[in-house]
Design a binder for this molecule. Structure first.
Ligand SMILES: [Zn+2]
Length: 198
């Protein structure tokens, strides 16, 4: 079953991923990346309440899983960002919890969570241990491909042939991807459920 959006244009280009338009405001960050003193959030409670993540390079599958859990999970490579300074500034500017396997970077960024595992399922378990609710969203909210918001589509005269003709379907506002609770969704649900129980 293809998961590509029919006729929605680019699949992997940066231009489909310009979601919130909030990535360009790093002008408020000093060149050395120090913006200490500006954070007023209660860091003790922030970690378990946040629903916004920035997922570092090499952890793209984790980003997808988090999106299936309904989280706003930006992926650094989707933003075309690999540089540590840029990643740190985006996390601060967008108030995202950075998830990274880079210990040095984790120590630099307020509230970052250091991931020890390579395996995405194990990474999910690490997040669960850290107090992040890991549970698939019964109502899909985020595009697994680009993190865009999903809208439920009730009237679907333009539904492509590969999309089931019955049952709930959703479509990404940003990239046009169609979603439904098919075999892929069930597979991800099983993986997330297994990660939670480890
Ligand atoms: Zn999308």
């Amino acid at each position: 079953m293809s998961r590509e959006g029919g006729g929605s244009g680019t699949v992997d280009g940066d231009e489909t991923i310009d979601d919130d338009g909030t990535t360009d405001d790093d002008g408020s960050t000093d060149d050395d990346g120090t913006t200490n003193g500006s954070r007023t959030a209660d860091d003790e409670t922030r970690r378990t309440r946040t629903e916004r993540f920035l997922v570092d390079v090499m952890c793209g599958t984790l980003a997808t899983y988090l999106r299936f859990c309904g989280y706003d999970a930006a992926y650094a490579l989707d933003r075309g960002v690999e540089d540590d300074d840029r990643i740190a500034s985006i996390a601060a500017a967008e108030d995202r919890t950075l998830l990274t396997r880079d210990r040095e970077l984790a120590e630099r960024v307020d509230g970052a969570l250091l991931l020890e595992s390579r395996d995405p399922a194990d990474q999910l378990a690490e997040l669960a241990d850290a107090g992040v609710a890991i549970e698939i969203a019964e109502t899909p909210r985020r595009c697994g491909r680009c993190n865009g918001r999903l809208d439920r589509v009730s009237d679907t005269p333009n539904r492509p042939a590969y999309v089931p003709s019955e049952g709930s379907v959703w479509r990404c506002r940003d990239c046009g991807q169609w979603f439904w609770k098919g075999s892929h969704w069930r597979d991800v649900r099983a993986r997330i459920g297994a990660a939670r129980s480890t």
